[in-house]
Write a protein that binds this ligand. Structure first.
Ligand code: VTB
Length: 345
């Protein structure tokens, strides 16, 4: 995969984050999302690539932009031959979430970001718009913890792998009624819980970095974002497992249909014959090369949010590449006015 792609996608997530951040705290989550989608798509279409959205804003009929199956990049245009050597160019799959945590942006809460993952064709699991039970943990616990074990058992394992007591562990859980028992169990085991209202990608990522004081993500979030988290965790050597949730008794609202049998049938149509299968990071992001990029919209554990000032703005992003084996934090000042009038900050 072209190594300049890693640099270009920084701008893709930066543009989306800036557009969305303008709507921070305005109480309009749909607008905060919509402008991020537009900005991400516009910048993506300026890249010399043959990309296809495999995780996006929904199926074509309901999402006009960045829908699943949409082709993006200069080399997918009708006149591509004038711009690109289309025969040599690798076809790539792209998973996007231009505004992960729309509510967080709308209410000015921490942890939202513009995020995407890229791999060669077929390298990212085409997750249905279902829920996913997730377990993320630091690299030291990779392969030792297991999503099929209880939270209590996994906390014991993390504490052993990290050589610290359970009382010294912090677990992020989304604040949802479906997690009532899980939260109680984690507290009972002795760990401390950080409840978040939204944005579990940021929480999963934080597990891979020491110094964040986040040692696990547990609970159920959306499946597409699970693949994006897995892409990052695969590159970083962190633990990530996901299991699709199709039983409406487990999650009573939201993404999945009201009939369990209907949901299983929907999965079958997508060639998922074992709905209970546990996927690890390497299966969710199985491509030879995986790229991940995120830019903070509101401030988070790993990245600052977008800061605006007279004549420009400043962003913080994270780009991870399996090819170069790097995780780059990129701090960017965007100059929108005449630089002479601008004092960089
Ligand atoms: C959201 C969102 C998360 O999962 O909550 C969603 O904030 C689905 O859960 O970051 P609900 O339907 O209960 O809101 C995520 O998008 C990602 O997994």
């Amino acid at each position: 995969m072209d190594s300049t792609l890693g640099l270009e996608i920084i701008e893709v997530v930066e543009k989306a984050a800036i557009a969305s951040a303008k709507w921070m705290g305005k109480g309009e989550k749909n607008t905060a999302d919509h402008v991020a989608v537009e900005a991400m798509r516009e910048r993506m279409n300026k890249i010399h690539m043959r990309g296809r959205i495999v995780i996006g804003e929904g199926e074509r009929d309901e999402a006009p932009m960045l829908y699943i199956g949409e082709e993006v990049g200069i080399c997918t245009r009708e006149d591509a031959a004038n711009h690109c050597n289309t025969e040599e160019l690798l076809e790539i799959d792209i998973a996007v979430d231009p505004c992960e945590g729309t509510n967080l942006v709308a209410y000015g809460q921490p942890g939202s970001m513009a995020v995407l993952a890229i791999s060669e064709k077929g390298g990212l699991f085409r997750a249905p718009d279902f829920y996913m039970k997730k377990l993320a943990a630091p690299p030291a616990a990779k392969g030792h913890v297991d999503i099929t074990k209880s939270a209590t058992e996994n906390l014991k394992i993390i504490s052993e792998c990290m050589d610290r007591s359970i009382e010294e562990l912090v677990v992020v859980v989304m604040d949802r009624p479906r997690h009532k028992d899980l939260i109680q169990e984690i507290r009972q085991a002795g760990a401390r819980v950080r409840l978040i209202s939204d944005g579990d990608v940021s929480a999963a990522l934080s597990c891979a970095f020491s110094g964040t004081n986040i040692h696990a993500l547990m609970g159920i979030g959306a499946a597409p974002e699970g693949v994006i988290s897995a892409a990052a965790m695969r590159c970083l050597g962190g633990h990530f497992q996901g299991q699709l949730i199709y039983d409406p008794e487990v999650v009573k609202t939201g993404l999945i249909g009201e009939s369990k049998e209907g949901n299983i049938a929907r999965l079958k149509e997508m060639d998922i014959t074992d709905p209970d299968r546990v996927y690890n990071a390497e299966e969710l992001a199985s491509g030879e090369t995986v790229l991940f990029a995120a830019c903070g919209i509101t401030p988070g554990t790993l990245m600052e949010g977008v800061r605006f000032f007279h004549g420009g703005m400043r962003t913080q992003s994270l780009v991870i590449s399996s090819q170069s084996q790097t995780a780059r934090f990129v701090d960017t000042v965007h100059i929108v006015d005449d630089p002479k009038v601008l004092q960089l900050r």
